[in-house]
Design a protein around this ligand. Structure first.
Ligand code: OFO
Length: 169
C-alpha cells in the first residue's frame, strides 16, 4: 500500500514529467523557427521521452492500486535567445528534476515503501544520462557555437537522434 505522502509526490512527478515534455516542445518550436531542424528534432524526441517518463509513473500507480490525480500543466517560459541559452536551461531543468527524483527516493525510504524506492532507481539512472547529454551539448556549443559551420555540423548530428519508446526495465 502506497502512503498518502508517496502518492502525492508521485502525482507531482507525473506533472513534472509532462511539464518537461511541454518545455522541450516549446524549445523544438523555437529551433524549428530558426531553421535549426536537427536541434528541433533532438528536443522533440526528448519531449516524447518525457511523456514516456510520465506514463511509466502513471502505470506504476495504477499497478499499485493508487489514485492518480492529474494536475494542471504550467505554460513554459518561451523566451529563448540562443541555442546555448536553451541548453543551459535544459541542464538547469534536469538538475531540478534530479533533485525531485531524489526526494522521491528519500521519502519512499522514510515511508518504508521499498517497492517505490526500487522503482525510482530507473529514474535516478535516467537523470545521470539526461544531465550528461545537456552538458555535452553545452560544451560543444561553447567551443564552436559561434562558428556557423560548426553549428551546422552539430545540427546535423542532433538530426540523427531517433525516438525509441522508453520502457521501464
Ligand atoms: Fe524525465 O527526465 Fe528530463 O525532465
Amino acid at each position: 500500500m502506497i502512503s498518502d505522502k508517496v502518492k502525492n509526490i508521485l502525482n507531482e512527478q507525473i506533472n513534472k514529467e509532462f511539464y518537461s515534455a511541454y518545455l522541450y516542445l516549446a524549445m523544438s518550436a523555437y529551433f524549428d523557427d530558426m531553421g535549426l531542424y536537427g536541434f528541433a528534432n533532438w528536443t522533440k524526441v526528448q519531449a516524447k521521452e518525457e511523456v514516456d517518463h510520465g506514463m511509466i509513473i502513471f502505470d506504476y500507480m495504477i499497478d499499485r492500486d493508487t489514485k492518480v490525480q492529474l494536475k494542471q500543466i504550467d505554460v513554459p517560459d518561451m523566451n529563448f535567445t540562443s541555442p546555448l541559452q536553451v541548453f543551459e536551461k535544459i541542464l538547469d531543468h534536469e538538475l531540478y528534476v534530479t533533485s525531485s527524483i531524489e526526494s522521491i527516493a528519500n521519502l519512499s525510504m522514510d515511508e518504508c515503501d521499498l517497492a517505490t524506492r526500487n522503482f525510482i532507481n530507473w529514474y535516478l539512472k535516467e537523470q545521470v544520462e539526461e544531465e550528461k547529454n545537456a552538458r555535452d551539448i553545452i560544451t560543444s556549443l561553447k567551443l564552436f557555437g559561434d562558428e556557423k559551420a560548426s553549428l551546422y555540423l552539430l545540427n546535423d548530428e542532433l538530426a540523427k537522434r531517433e525516438y525509441h519508446k522508453h520502457e521501464y526495465d
